[in-house]
Ligand binder design. Sequence first.
Ligand code: GAL
Length: 717
Amino acid sequence: MIHNFSLSIVILAACLGLKAKAQQTNQIQQMAPGVTRVTLGETDKFSPYNILQEKPKLAAMSQLPAPGVTVDPKAIRIELTPRGAVVHIPLDDKEELYGFGLQMNSFRQRGLRRRPIVNDNPLNDLGYTHAPTTFYLSNKGYGIFINTSRYTTFYTGTHKQVKGNAAVNTAGGNGKAQSVEDLYKNTGSQSGEVIVDIPGAKGGDVFIFNGPTLKNALQRYNLFAGGGALPAMWGLGIQYRMKADSKQQDVYNMANYFRDNHIPCDVFGLEPQWQTAAYSCSYVWSPEHFPAPQELIDKMQAQGIHLNLWEHAYTSPKSPIYASLASSAGDYKVWNGLVPDFAGPTAPQIFGDYHKKTFVDHGIASFKMDECDNSNIAMGDQTWAFPEMSQFPSGIDGEQMHQQFGTLYFQTMYNIYKKANKRSYFNIRSLNGFASSYPVSLYSDTYVHKEYIRMISNAGFSGLLWSPEVRESASITELCRRTQTAILSSQTVFNSWYLKSPPWLQYDRAKNNRGELLPDAKEAEAHIRTLLNFRMSFIPYLYSAFAKYNQEGVPPFRALVVDYPEDKNTYDVWDEYMIGDNVLAAPLADSASTRKVYLPKGNWYDYNTNKMYAGGQSYEIATGLDQIPIFIKEGTILPIAKPVEFISPATTFDMTCYVYGENVNPARLFEDDGITFNFENNNFSLLDLEWQNNKGKVVQKGQYKSRLYNIKAWVKI
Ligand code: GAL
């Protein structure tokens, strides 16, 4: 993508200071306010930047504090070798690094070998991930994006290049080893560089996102990618995914169960067997399971439930689009299905047109885009994906296609909705860089609760949204803990694709499917209802945090270090995160009944007890099964809604504003129709909530005229 950025200037800067050959001189280009690009050689055609379809939000970027120069572009060194490109980026001794996409095993990213390669198995913390973003942030206040879709290795302060000078001290080694174990320990201090190895590349291409703070650098990254996602408001409600072999009547029964028992729900997901063929996919309704799809869609709509369809992109010979896709697909198949070449012009058109006419025009509200993550390259016997040597008509190779498959597939589907001016919220198993504006949450089969919490913090460093979905559990406590995590995340999903009944009626998988419900199922249901009702109460606050993501690039879910970079205690806090500006979440993992919570400076209130805690220290806090593990910053106005069971265009929220402590700051709610892109043409309003002289005040400005929120009460805590 080429931007008409009027201030663009191209400066040629001597890089190595060696021979003055053109190919040894880095080009330095100003791409947007605070964004500098350093290149040498040729950038691949299918780089993340070339794939990006959104326009940068330049006006918002220029509102950020002056960037300063946190990384000197001239200090970035690019080597072109017969093997590929190598990029060297300076690193101070004290810098902390974060990011590299949806990392599962680690949080602090310094001193490691990072291989952000698409896969669902992190394989000993090598860096494999559903979202292999070649982007990291430093607490010194900048971000580095390597613009490549190839498999890269980042050495984050682990090596030093000898470069003809054998005297260079690379540290490591241990001449004074006392034990066999000591022999191999890396005892040396870390090098002053991040080194990126990009085999096969004919050039190095680096984007520097300047701060001055880590948060500002992250904002610039998100704004450069088009601004953060603003999902359809209903997408922030509860999603329930039906067992894969469900039939039409089962869906009706489940919808009635939710409504009769007043359990909130906005989305039902249908899993593989809604189709005549699923591995690979036909994209044709199964007459056996769903004989009357339009009736299904309409009945669900009448009950306030949006339908989401599971699929993946590997197209079965049984699909009506198989023949027309054949010349726009890769030269290897997956499960005997074609791999559409979404990097070329024709496959997205054929695939997109068919989905529009067959599903979107008929009221299908969103899709779950599965199996786009090359899984599982960590196992020798998992060979289903298309191989790396695959070739595609567009010219993209199998390696780059794997890294970008989720993003390209997503764009194909998202564009259908955008053209129809319909917003949505999707599910996907893989994304790459510059995905900030996409209303879609990543999910996984890995299911380790602690990792699922860590992934909420990590996703926020890379413009990604992550859904820690709930399936079965070992106990009711674990089920409630997992549900608490899910309601404090970007998308609340119960994925019952192999459970006959909702997990709160029986959390054990085998018993659930045998129809043996818990003796105290109603009690468990009540716990879950309470938690889900909180999620519905929280939507106005959450939606407004998403609006800030969209307009200012501040992620709605982010690690504490983003907001408190000067507090060293936050450097390693991966199991707590901010939601919006004023809420700190500290979910409990597994079956814990208490946990240690670190609170940064200032005073904080336990949402459940209103007890105040002084920040700058940790506390052991107990949280009940139907309580909410969050802390509210002193000076906050927290708008909480009376829960609704689902969100429709007619929904208005009755709000209570809770005012915490002294020195109260104004709060802001974002108001629009929640379902179209009209907000992009200023059709929205902002509701400013203020606390003055012990009284609440509401000031509304903007063009959106209907009311979404009724401020009914103010409560001083
Ligand atoms: C998996 C996916 C699950 C479920 C399943 C159906 O790949 O992660 O959530 O959809 O496929 O076969």
